[in-house]
Write a protein that binds this ligand. Structure first.
Ligand code: PLP
Length: 221
């Protein structure tokens, strides 16, 4: 508890006030989330639906739950009643299903479009061209249950700082381009989710508005 408080305080003093901290709580037990909550954190990120709903049921109702991991279309219905922000929209099909489930729950769900920026093969997301084509088609804006709030990306897992910085700066450029090109259709487009424990400082320097941090808060998994 003491150590967690120290990590949280430490981290928060290093984050500009305009940057939102999402505490990545995947694999952590409920007791640890409760400690983070007691220390004042409210934004929690999970990457598995099953785990998120189990935790959501037993933890305070004012927690803002962020879906940060790959989301399967058939699982959207489980988080649609309460999820605060989905960071990992990586297909039109998933966006359309989220819209359907949002409307069933009389909600508008905030979403980020995930962009593939890393050199690794395994990561999910739209290619930049694909993203611009999707937005150009208007399909993402015509869904009444969805509010597209911004972009999310994960840099390469690499010690090459120049590479990581280039990837973040490329995502920021794309973010700025979308913001100016589609500002009428996307008036609430203002979240750029990039940066994790190992690279959040670089991400912030390159324009991140939201960092997703697990290990630096809670220790190695
Ligand atoms: C696990 C995870 C994080 C946090 O990673 P840390 O290195 O523990 O800070 C951030 N974003 C996503 C999408 C994750 O899956």
């Amino acid at each position: 508890m003491e150590i967690l408080n120290e990590h949280i305080t430490n981290l928060l003093t290093h984050l500009p006030s305009a940057v939102t901290l999402v505490a990545v709580t995947k694999t952590r037990p409920v007791s640890v989330l409760q400690q983070a909550y007691d220390a004042g954190l409210r934004d929690f990120g999970e990457n598995r639906v099953q785990e998120m709903i189990q935790k959501q049921e037993v933890l305070p109702a004012d927690i803002r739950w962020h879906q940060i991991g790959h989301l399967q279309t058939n699982k959207v219905k489980y988080i649609a009643p309460f999820v605060h922000l989905i960071h990992s929209i990586d297909s039109l099909k998933l966006l359309e299903e989220t819209d359907r489930q949002a409307r069933k729950n009389n909600r508008v769900i905030d979403c980020l479009l995930q962009v593939y920026i890393a050199t690794e093969e395994s990561k999910f997301g739209f290619e930049p061209d694909e993203l611009l084509a999707l937005l150009g088609s208007g399909a993402a804006m015509s869904l009444p249950g969805i509010r597209v709030r911004g972009l999310m990306g994960m840099a390469s897992f690499s010690d090459d700082q120049a590479l990581v910085r280039r990837e973040f700066s490329g995502l920021k450029q794309l973010f700025d381009q979308v913001k100016s090109q589609f500002h009428q259709a996307l008036p609430d487009f203002n979240i750029l989710s990039m940066g994790m424990s190992g690279d959040y400082q670089l991400a912030i320097e390159e324009g991140s508005t939201m960092v997703r941090i697990g290990t630096a808060l809670f220790g190695e998994r």
